[in-house]
Design a protein around this ligand. Sequence first.
Ligand SMILES: Nc1ncnc2c1ncn2[C@@H]1O[C@H](COP(=O)(O)OP(=O)(O)O)[C@@H](O)[C@H]1O
Ligand SMILES: [Mg+2]
Length: 402
Amino acid sequence: MAKRVAKIEEAAASPATSEKSSDQRRKQSPPAEERYAQELEFLRSWDSTKRPEGWTLSPQAVVTFICGSRNEPLRLAQGQDKENLPNSLVITEKFVGDRSLVERCVVTLAGERGLMLVGEPGTAKSMLSELLAAGISGTSSLTIQGTAGSTEEHLRYSWNYAILLAQGPGEAALVPSPMMTGMKLGQIVRVEEVTRCLPEVQDALISQMSERRLMIPELQGEIGSVFALPGFNIIATANLRDKGVSEMSAALKRRFNFEVIAPIAEHHREVELVRRQATALLEASNVQIPVDEGLLDILVTAFRDLRAGRTVEGWSVEKPGSVMSTAEAVAIAASIGRQVAYFPSQKDPLSLIPGLLLGAVLKDDAQDRARLLAYWDSAVKRRAEKSRNWQRLLELRRDLMQ
Ligand SMILES: Nc1ncnc2c1ncn2[C@@H]1O[C@H](COP(=O)(O)OP(=O)(O)O)[C@@H](O)[C@H]1O
Ligand SMILES: [Mg+2]
């Protein structure tokens, strides 16, 4: 025992971790093009369909990349095979939702209009825009995060003032925004939470969308404007629940095709997704604990009930003010896994649900605690008559009072 503890202390004392360069250490959340590098490379070899100019995959292959190959392995044909690639590969499902919606998104991005993804928070708008950019351009890094503090420079270019003072206005002093880089390289640019930008900043997108070029009046001649190359387009996201957002102008709306991203429709697909993503999160923190099936079912059911304000049995429940997003359910399932892993003797998993659910619900409106109690006194109570798990949950009502 003493030797083992000595080893642990030794390991803790050794700066092994810090010696590793930041590149060697695992990124917390690598971009899609890194996470799915092998799938993308495989698809580029496998894909023999015509690609729009500037695209790294054909429209069909982009959809397959995002929605998966329906658990069927794709096979490389003679001459397509590559040394470091398997001969066949199942492409994983990443976005759980309507395949035809993803097809519409891809078709939009091959056209003249931009793509606007709208929906409640936590419905995978950002994730989908990242996957689309990685599939189409091979990179999702050209991203502008919209905030109330965003300025037109964030959507155009700015200057390196030291060089500007030393050399005057010229390409050396120019600091391109992701928009300018996307136009220059013919790649997809993502504008996250566009409605958080002030209207006049949003409207900078109008000329960029219609003229597909960026003017730099400070520079003369050839370098005074950047024309968008084929493959350039914009994916913007906006969530419907944001407070303090700036309504988009009609002129801007006309430059985009809108797609509403709804929460996952089917219960079983949401359970499957929450399990898959919670397991991936746990593995990323080296926690090898299976996510409990019964618990998962209860967690997702409660989320869907409170999100919809109606249960599968048809009982109506009062919706809390906060969003009961899939993203939040994934986070809770992963927290439970960690809690069980780090404190195995303390609690059984199911008894952790009331406290974590309260944490998810009680964000803005104190009334939401009462709404959760009402949910317990109605749906949970009625299900408790027929199910041991719901019975146990009912017994934990007091945890909601803390
Ligand atoms: N339909 C879905 N398919 C796959 N993952 C989803 C889906 N809906 C929610 N998620 C999960 O929730 C997270 C949503 O996060 P995000 O893309 O930031 O949402 P949004 O931008 O809509 O607020 C994703 O990372 C994923 O873990
Ligand atoms: Mg988002």
